[in-house]
Design a protein around this ligand. Sequence first.
Ligand code: GLN
Length: 193
Amino acid sequence: MTGPTVGVLALQGDVREHLDALALLGLRGVRVRRAAELDDCDGLVLPGGESTTMMKLAAILGLLEPVRERLAAGMPAFGTCAGMILLADRVLDGAAGQGSIGGLDVTVRRNAFGRQVDSFEGPLDVRGLAEPVHAVFIRAPWVEQVGRGVEVLAEAAGHPVAVRQGRLLATSFHPEVGADTRVHGLFAELLRD
Ligand code: GLN
């Protein structure tokens, strides 16, 4: 298969779902668990799941610095939910000592929507898409502050829930759930740029 190879950080979480979405778009997706596997990738997806667990595993496996270096060198990346937290430069309500990989100049708040409504779904307008997406939020973060150069693509409850900065894309919700690949399509555009 020609075209870009997209890594999916495969430590925990929605790995299979992202691989399926990439395949539907005709993109080659590979699991990334080791730094050497990152070398073959033209882009990286950071899936939904549990950001604290993913950070711990990424540190143990020596992935943090290699991913940071590739992001700094301009590799396109797409984080969903926990993956958005991993990409954020600043994390509020993190677990004790929780850091992030960073790269995206935003402040996110973990589990921001509150316990009563910690999971919900519904139509969401996303800039660049003609029709709303059916957005699934599961103990989702929201964005509390965006740096210059960060474009807000969608908002819910008065907060950004989809953002883009250069070749980085992040959503609070899970576009990998369901068969709608349009948000992954926005990421595919960043891979082509
Ligand atoms: N609440 C999770 C976290 O902090 C994210 C939830 C998700 O990815 N669905 O990592």
